[in-house]
Design a protein around this ligand. Structure first.
Ligand code: GRF
Length: 204
């Protein structure tokens, strides 16, 4: 049996998507992938508490720590390479990855977005801003999207989506909670599928 795919999870905050993915993988008899590294741009995000409780290495890495963006990029690429990372999962990660990471991990970086891309995505469309825009647009549905990451925000190919209804009396908070539940179903399923796909291509 081939070794599980080594996954790095990037998060900026509480990390409920990381928790959902980790729970899904660790509940499997022979998981196709394992989260071996958790990276955040913030020093003490909630996700680090979960990672440490579950034996996952945590590394804080941010462009703010470097005077030269190229030094940050090098530090990030060295970290991913030294940990043998094969799949990158952005789960509530509020920064762009440097171009070198997008190039080296082409088609191996997945991001979750709390709307039905390509609508309600792009720069500035994060957190409550997304749900406020959806409610203002008076659409009947919203949902969660998992997409491949390219050099811009939320513009990579959409891999999978799950739709949820929008109710007339929804507030941004109520809609966000409904979408988050969809994220927690969708993202683990896609990460498992993607890890299986990558593992199937690994040499025995
Ligand atoms: C999620 O709504 C996700 O779609 C967005 O940021 C939020 C992160 O939540 N990118 P969590 O940190 O996974 O709980």
């Amino acid at each position: 049996m081939r070794d599980p795919v080594r996954i790095a999870a990037f998060a900026s905050g509480r990390g409920s998507n990381v928790r959902a993915i980790h729970a899904a993988l660790t509940s499997m008899e022979a998981p196709p992938g394992m989260i071996v590294l958790c990276v955040s741009n913030n020093p003490n995000p909630g996700v680090f508490d979960y990672a440490r409780e579950n034996g996952i290495e945590t590394v804080r890495l941010s462009p703010k720590m470097f005077s030269d963006p190229l030094d940050y990029q090098r530090a990030l690429m060295d970290l991913l390479s030294e940990r043998g990372i094969e799949l990158v999962v952005l789960a509530g990660y509020m920064r762009k990855l440097p171009p070198e990471a997008v190039r080296v991990y082409h088609n191996r970086i997945l991001n979750i977005h709390p709307a039905l891309l390509p609508d309600f995505g792009g720069d500035g469309m994060y957190g409550s801003h997304v749900h406020e825009a959806v409610l203002a647009a008076d659409v009947a549905e919203s949902g969660a999207s998992v997409h491949l990451v390219d050099e811009e925000y939320d513009t990579g190919a959409v891999v999978a989506q799950e739709r949820v209804p929008v109710h007339p009396d929804d507030t941004p908070e109520i809609l966000a909670a409904r979408v988050l539940e969809a994220e927690h179903r969708l993202f683990p399923r896609v990460v498992v599928e993607w890890a299986e796909r990558i593992r199937s291509k690994k040499p025995e």
